[in-house]
Design a protein around this ligand. Sequence first.
Ligand SMILES: *[C@@H]1O[C@H](CO)[C@@H](O)[C@H](O)[C@H]1NC(C)=O
Ligand SMILES: *[C@@H]1O[C@H](CO)[C@@H](O)[C@H](O)[C@H]1NC(C)=O
Ligand SMILES: *[C@@H]1O[C@H](CO)[C@@H](O)[C@H](O)[C@H]1NC(C)=O
Length: 643
Amino acid sequence: MHERAVWIFLCDLGGQNMPFEGSIPVEIGNLVNLFSLGMESNFLYGSIPSSIGKLRNLYILNLSKNKLSGQIPPSIGDVTQLALLYLDGNNLGGNIPGSLAQCMGLFELNLSQNNLDGSIPVRLFADLLFAWSLDFSHNNLTGELPPVLGTYGIGSGLVSLHMEGNRFHGQIPERWHLLVSTRQINLSHNDLSGVVPKFFEQLDKLEQLDLSYNNLEGAVPASGIFTHSAAVVLDGNKGLCSNSPRLALPICPGISGSATKVKHHLSLLVTSLLIVLPPLTIGSLVLIWFMLTIWKKGSFPFSRWDLVSKMFPNRREVHTAPCHDEKKLKRVSYEDIVKATNWFSLVHTISSTCTGSVYVGRFKSDKSLVAIKVFKLNEPGGYDSYLIECEVLRSTRHRNIMRPVTLCSTLDSQNHEFKALIFEFMVNGSLEAWLHSEQHNGIPDKVLGFGQRICIAADVASALDYAHNELTPPLIHCDLKPNNVLLDDDMTARLSDFGSAKFLSPGLVIPKSLDDVGGTIGYVAPEYGMGCEISVAGDLYSFGVLLLELLTGKRPTDDMFVDGLSLCKFSESMFPDRVAEILDPHMAHEEHQGCTEAWMERYIVPLVALGLSCTMESTKDRPGMKDVCAKLSDIRASFLELS
Ligand SMILES: *[C@@H]1O[C@H](CO)[C@@H](O)[C@H](O)[C@H]1NC(C)=O
Ligand SMILES: *[C@@H]1O[C@H](CO)[C@@H](O)[C@H](O)[C@H]1NC(C)=O
Ligand SMILES: *[C@@H]1O[C@H](CO)[C@@H](O)[C@H](O)[C@H]1NC(C)=O
């Protein structure tokens, strides 16, 4: 009920079939609700407008493979929740703006194949919290490799690092021993010098290491990844040697020689220590000894992830809730969730209600994004809503119903009970955002077409028909509204948020107030306010409102509905002769149909009639979901056939 309205919006103009040409308009900055912007593989030229920084809700920006030039605008750093940024395959020049480090939640960054120069901002490597893949390859980047890495986390999460084909010089930083999760490192075709560091032997996730075409020299380490000759590429480094026949490198000069060198260095060190020692207090010596010992043991909390494990040592799984019947479901730990949501950060919050908060994130082990619903167990209704969602998970299976893919039921860092359900992330967000973006600004793809609206209505009807008529006992959603209808990547609608749902049973309590139903003003059936029993007819009412909203583009709570006027009464007053006037003006109906009378008669009038019959005052006058679903399927079939 107390939802924070959040617009999630997607604009996909990736040039698969019809690439378009032109520059990115400055007005793009007006699309403040944009969640994902995909304009890859087109012929975009000119620079990226600095107004891009106004897109505070942007999570994905894909401008790959265009002809963009100029600098990356520093304002990109204002898009602090950016997670996926692809600018590869353009002609972008200048420096990488240091402000990019403000996008601390960047998972993937691809700047490959541009003309970027200057060095990589050190803060970028220091501040990114959970970068998964960084690709700086094939630019003109110079300077030393950024040494700061891993202090706060990048080292522990980074899986792939591409810096090949630049002009980086200097040595490979020792601090890179923190790249404990990294599987791929490509530093080939640079001017790196010094030795191949021994720590690569210890990075046991490492699968591919390409250091070819640099100026590296000295003995190549022999264990760890270096035992797999196919995994390591060292060609084109003139000074390397190895005593292992596997690497096909020149044999190193006599070991004894270097051993004496080491001894010599050691004695020098001891002598200098003897000179420096007296001023040092015993205290600082003890401190140094202490730090050295824990560092050697490898327990120094360099990596943020280690830190997390230290903070939550007593994780335990609690086995109480009925969700656990679902044996096949894979579990995730509290730590995984903490990391995926960046400590439940606001930046990752999609929505928040009184019973739970939904975050977007990604697990370290997995590439796809997920929506994580964390239940507020201390709030009234929080626990119940977890239990009912679990029950829904256990008993439903339908293509238009959102089911969790994973769950987490455990104790949190303070030993409080913690419950979360993990859902596939729906890239197209909620129906609410599609219907009510106040920012149409001439981007036609963002408006739902008439055909899409019919399909969405039919999908939702099919989900409800299943819940009402195919489950025993019937399941009543109780909070149907556009916010709870999510759209997947091909715009298939899925009914979500069963937190207020109820299985119909004889002893079902009669709600004393609207709060007991858990519905939302405008969508909740009027009889619930008058102490009537919860019934499937309540969902029909909400569905009718949703259908009218789909057609008119008006919320039932719109400002125009005052003094007894409501969305239903308004629609009814125009029915049937003037229904054309109530249609959502933004609706992009397919051209050849126009607003012809045949079209009105064939689709619009029956749809409005259906909406009106579902919203009848008396529950007895409303149709059943089975009939509604059948009618909508017919309308959809006839529409698809003719278009
Ligand atoms: C971005 O565009 C590239 C290039 O066309 C494509 O390979 C990639 O899948 C896109 N990524 C996303 C997340 O849309
Ligand atoms: C980055 O983009 C380039 C060029 O489009 C592509 O070849 C490369 O695979 C991408 N890197 C990653 C890590 O996906
Ligand atoms: C590293 O990058 C170079 C240059 O693009 C490429 O030829 C090579 O195959 C890459 N190495 C690995 C192991 O992928």
